[in-house]
Structure formats: structure tokens, C-alpha cells
Design a protein around this ligand. Sequence first.
Ligand code: BV8
Length: 249
Amino acid sequence: MTGAVEAAAALVAGAHSVVVFTGAGMSAESGVPTFRDDLTGLWARFDAERLATPEAFHADPDLVWGWYEWRRSRARRAEPNAGHRAVAALEAAVPGTTVVTQNVDDLHERAGSTAPNHLHGSLFAPRCIGAGAHPAVFPDAEEPQEGRRLAPPRCDACGALVRPGVVWFGEALPEEALRAAVAAAASCDVLLTVGTSGVVYPAAEIPRIAARAGAAVVQVNPDPTPLDAVSTLNLRGTAATILPALVPV
Ligand code: BV8
């Protein structure tokens, strides 16, 4: 264990309240592509930040719905990695731990995390675009590897189109989720930021709020990011290799 990892483990072991803030890199070792990774198949010629918008959905609902159903089937086939399991173990070891994620997969939950705070929604909470925003239930389908256009289902209650339960670019984050994340960051002793490039706002503000409030910020990322500047410790490695070493024994 390097000196920096040891120092981070000591910080966590001495902490009363910890925030674990995660991004796409957390699920990379589970085979879920990050947002930096180029899109493949049908979506190869699109930019994720352009597809993940209300405008794209209204312009071509079958293309965008097909993309989310493809991501949903990939996420269902993926397994939590040693990083997800370490986060769940850390929650058990340090009761005052809060998990805040930008990820829309359910790998934190499947690894045993009790109530991760999904700032950007979930692939598993579709709802209709009608005024009622009715939750939609429909069978899981295995999507072809290269993806396909797929017409979104219609809402049983009001007939409106069903959309993915995620936060698209240009849309507001769920108020309560954001409020709870800001409160946790402003009062924690240690914030672990794992697998995020720290460029999407307002989520990217969370580690900065913790730093401004005097918490120790520990970054886990194989590459440098804009969060280097606010991090007390930068651990250059992957989520699945480093996080297990941070769980208090
Ligand atoms: C809003 C759900 C207004 C959908 C997502 C301030 C400044 C500049 C721009 C803005 C600003 N404020 C708002 C904006 C606009 C915009 C924004 O931030 N744009 C960016 C691109 C500049 N923000 C918004 O639009 C937000 N909404 O502002 O609304 C408003 C307000 C009130 C009322 C009405 C409207 C909404 C943003 C949320 C969008 N939805 N996801 C979906 O998933 O399809 S964002 C999505 O992209 C993810 O959730 C995540 O947040 C982001 C991707 O970032 P990361 O998770 O960090 O992943 P990335 O691939 O970038 O990086 C991976 C990292 O992991 C890398 O660093 C890599 O080195 C590392 N890594 C790789 N492997 C590993 C690893 N680390 C560890 N282990 C490994 N194995």
C-alpha cells in the first residue's frame, strides 16, 4: 500500500461522517462504458451529451429510447465490482457514510449500498412525459450488441410517451436529492470522489463544497481531473483496486 493510500485509509478510519461521491469510472471495471468512452454501434456517430437531452428525445424518440434500453440491458448484465463492494463495506464500518452518485446504473444497490443518492436519476425508473409523470412498468428486453431504434412505450394511465427516469442535460436535478447531497458534503469529515471527471454541474460542485467546509477530499482516479486542485490526496488508480484498501478493518 503506498503512503498516500495508507494516509487515506487513516483519514477514513478516523472519520465520523464520510461522503462517497461517484461517477462513471466507478462502474468501468464492471464493463459499463464511461461518458468519456466513445459511443459504439448505432450511436457511434453521436455525442452522449447531445443524446442525453430532451431535444434529442423529442427530435427522435426511437433513437434515444433505443440507446437507454441498450444501456439498461448492459447495466442489468453487469456485476458490481470490488469497488462497489468496498463502498458498501465502508457504509457498514462507518455508520455516518452517505453515497452520492452521478451514475444511473444500480450497481451500488446490488453491491449492498443501502440508499445511494442518485443525483442524475436511474435507468430503472422510467416515467411518462405526461403531466402525471406516471411510473411505467414494462418487460425487460435483451438489446442487440450493436443497438437498435426502439419506439418508447405509451403510458397505460394517460397514453403519453414513456421516457427514461434520468436527468438530461438542461434539466434540473431532483431538488431533494441535490439538497441532501449538498448538506452531506457541507458536514462530512472526509469526501471520497471516485471515477468522476468533475466537469458536469451542479454535481461537480459537491467535492468543492466539502473542501470549502474543511473536509479532507480524497480523489480516486487513474487520471488527473480538475478536482486535483481541491483534493487533499490524489490516489492514481482504479476504484476496484484502491477502494478495498480504504475500508476500516
Ligand atoms: C442543469 C444522466 C439547469 C443521463 C447526466 C456550469 C458550468 C458549465 C456548464 C453548466 C453549468 N451548470 C450547468 C451546466 C450545463 C450542464 C453541464 O454541466 N454541462 C457540462 C458538460 C459542461 N449541466 C446540466 O445540464 C445539468 N442541468 O444545469 O439544468 C436548470 C436548472 C434549473 C432549472 C432548469 C434547468 C444536468 C446535468 C446532468 C446530466 N445528466 N447523466 C445519462 O446518464 O444519460 S450527466 C452524466 O455525465 C453522468 O451522470 C455524469 O454526471 C457525467 C459524466 O461524468 P463522469 O461520471 O465524471 O464520467 P466521465 O466519463 O466524464 O469520467 C469518468 C472518469 O472516471 C474519468 O476521469 C476517468 O479517468 C475515470 N476512470 C475511468 N476508469 C476508472 C476511472 N476512475 C476510477 N476507476 C476506474 N476504473
